[in-house]
Design a binder for this molecule. Sequence first.
Ligand SMILES: NC(=O)c1ccc[n+]([C@@H]2O[C@H](COP(=O)([O-])OP(=O)(O)OC[C@H]3O[C@@H](n4cnc5c(N)ncnc54)[C@H](O)[C@@H]3O)[C@@H](O)[C@H]2O)c1
Ligand SMILES: [Fe+2]
Length: 373
Amino acid sequence: MWSYVNPVRVVFGRGRFGELDALVNGRRYGVVTYPDAPFSDLVDTLARLTGNPVAVIDDVAPNPDFMQLEGQAARMAPVARELDVIVAIGGGSVIDTAKVLAASNGGFATVRRFLETKLGSDTLSNIPIIAVPTTSGTGSEVTSWATVWDAKAGRKFSLARHGLYPETALIDPDLMLGKPRDLTLATGLDALSHALESLWNVNANPISANHAVAAARSILKHLPPLLDDLTNIGLRAEMAEAALHAGLAFSNTKTAIAHNISYPITLGWGVPHGVACAFTLPLVLRSVAGVGGFRAESLTAIFGPDLEAGADRLADFLTRLGVGLRFDDYGIPAQEHRRILDDAFAGERGQNFAGSPERLKAAAARSGVVRGS
Ligand SMILES: NC(=O)c1ccc[n+]([C@@H]2O[C@H](COP(=O)([O-])OP(=O)(O)OC[C@H]3O[C@@H](n4cnc5c(N)ncnc54)[C@H](O)[C@@H]3O)[C@@H](O)[C@H]2O)c1
Ligand SMILES: [Fe+2]
């Protein structure tokens, strides 16, 4: 028995940014984006088409953090009640910031309390969001949660509510043409991680699995040539569609162990989210042999019948793209390796993992991915 739900309307294709005006449809809107060009130009274009926004929050930095969100929510507060819709133009950090602001009901304290105590759900607001991703990675345009970082305390939260599903995801591959190589790599690997993490997941279902297979096969095929040909719009469109499939997959499962391993590595050693998630994927794949059922069929559809050989190929794929596979490659001291692995299994996403923790830990030690006892 299973169920699948995703209420987001998806508008996909080159040049469709021009339809944003029709999607806003005369409503009073706020914009969330990054501070610099080309994003400021996109905001200007939208304003010319549809009138000025009621509020502009244009200082989003990578990995939305408590400190920054507090100031942004305070600036949004005076007009929050006038807003009919929030337009988020940017990557995961922008869309997740928009989700926090949509829920903040005039101040970050409401969201903070909810994140820290799980109390006060009824005090949060639900302003609709139009998500316009400029990266092909996070899938946040079709998920109902936002990753919120508290770097000062070394913590990471997930703000998760059904009301945070954007009303529309407007995906225009033209907006992704300017992404530099490192960002293209990290975001592509984030999408690959979402696809695979949705498969070795206790919440997987046949619909999420089909999306995951489509996503992973496409990323393995299209990401390497794209990294050598960054302005190839055909490959950009393939990656945008693959990241969407991955988003639709994990929107119903959440992520699993590779993501849980990644969070302290991003917080402590500044490794970009997608790379921090992806470098343990071969290791995780080695530990899920024997998982059975449609999960195994899906992994076989991606990697062939021998998953151990598939894990070797996945390791080669990452190495050829310049991704190190060992904790040592990221400067993580040996005494932290085991602690990060052990802690990762304790959290919710660790418990989503459908494979065997013992096998994973044994494979990690055997392959030299982690050191120490
Ligand atoms: N909500 C979810 O479901 C979900 C899932 C995965 C990750 N996340 C979160 O999303 C964040 C990562 O998002 P991201 O990887 O999309 O990157 P990002 O939004 O953090 O942006 C990283 C950098 O890329 C630049 N950039 C973005 N689009 C560009 C473009 N088209 N051209 C040139 N530069 C561009 C930005 O200016 C920024 O400096 C993390 O905080 C992560 O935890 C959320
Ligand atoms: Fe992710």
